[in-house]
Ligand binder design. Structure first.
Ligand code: PHE
Length: 333
């Protein structure tokens, strides 16, 4: 076969290659180390110098032509392969998603989130403090001296070999925050608290939500208005009656406990509150003659139980997913 015919045949074979594997085999067959074109180049050495030059140029031109043809065919086959893959791999976006468990938001988390959001809308920031707290901050700075019976009433967990306790309430966050942020200030401090107690309405770990407002001229009327509005919003009852029952906390004066009127006109206690004691303000470097404020502390579990009809606080912490399916909230709600 003449050189030209051979060349034509190779080009046809390249054109006829049906896929990338066949094309690559052909490339090796022609241009590889022992390929047909390569072999021709190897024969050049035996020729006379003049002939070698002319023949060399000819074979190299063929080699370039073949290489170019292979390259073009390769691009074409790759494009075709991609196209057929795209055709075959169609994604049906109209298929409904497979049922899957998204999990539920715990009712307590939901209540704390909702309450935090409510107060943030009326200017409350959120602050936090450590669960292991010094007695200074958990008691002394809140005007609860060592000998005072209030200290015994807290069923405190003491940390062995240290001066620290597991915080019995969120009120130490009052001290921490006021020592670092100058009033006027409004803030909420939700978080874990600990007391040695266990029955249907008490667990050794529970949550409180502390609220503080300190501004010039704040009075008990502001406290009442804030808490009445809050309870009516939280329990979704614009006519709910509240009772401010005189009480005692060492860190507020006057102090009150708030009861809400529940079904059958039963009164239920939901939180403690009062005007922040001048001594507490002084302990934080705030001048009680310039600034006044109120504070409240509510039990997050208790509010949640009342709102959603949960009877036993211990069920919050059983980790039973059937319970969560019943009382939990969808991720979107
Ligand atoms: N810290 C109090 C408690 O745990 C609640 C409270 C907070 C009362 C703020 C008054 C003001 O019992």
């Amino acid at each position: 076969m003449s050189q030209t015919n051979l060349q034509q045949e190779w080009l046809q074979q390249i054109q006829a290659s049906e896929d990338l594997t066949i094309l690559d085999d052909l490339r090796v067959h022609l241009l590889g180390k022992n390929g047909l074109v390569t072999q021709q180049l190897k024969t050049l050495g035996a020729l006379a110098p003049e002939e070698r030059k002319a023949k060399g140029a000819e074979i190299n031109a063929i080699k370039d032509q073949i290489a170019l043809a292979i390259e073009e065919k390769k691009t074409l086959l790759e494009a075709q392969a991609l196209e057929s893959r795209l055709d075959n791999e169609k994604i049906d976006i109209t298929l409904p998603s497979r049922p899957e468990s998204m999990g539920k938001i715990h009712p307590l988390s939901k209540a704390i989130q909702d309450i935090t959001q409510y107060f943030s809308q009326v200017g409350f920031q959120v602050f936090d403090g450590p669960h292991i707290e010094s007695q200074e901050l958990n008691f002394d700075a809140l005007n609860i001296p060592a000998h005072h019976p209030a200290r015994q009433n807290h069923d405190t967990f003491y940390v062995a070999g240290s001066d620290e306790v597991l915080r019995t309430h969120t009120s130490p966050v009052q001290i921490r925050t006021l020592r670092n942020h100058k009033p006027p200030i409004r803030f909420l401090a939700p978080g874990r608290t600990f007391r040695s107690d266990y029955d249907a309405t008490h667990t050794p770990m529970f949550h409180q939500i502390e609220g503080v407002v300190i501004e010039e001229g704040i009075n008990f009327g502001h406290l009442k208005g804030t808490l009445i509005d809050f309870c009516r919003w939280f329990f979704e009852n614009p006519n709910m009656n509240l009772r401010f029952r005189p009480s005692f906390f060492p860190f507020t004066e006057p102090s009150a406990e708030v009861d809400i009127s529940w079904k059958n006109d039963k009164w239920l206690e939901v939180l403690g509150c009062g005007m922040i004691h001048p001594t507490v303000l002084q302990n934080c470097g705030v001048d009680p003659n310039q600034f006044q404020g109120f504070a409240f502390g509510m039990g997050a579990e208790r509010l949640t139980m009342l709102k959603y009809g949960i009877n036993d606080i211990r069920s919050f912490y059983d980790g039973d997913t059937r319970w969560l399916d019943l009382y939990g909230f969808g991720a979107q709600s």
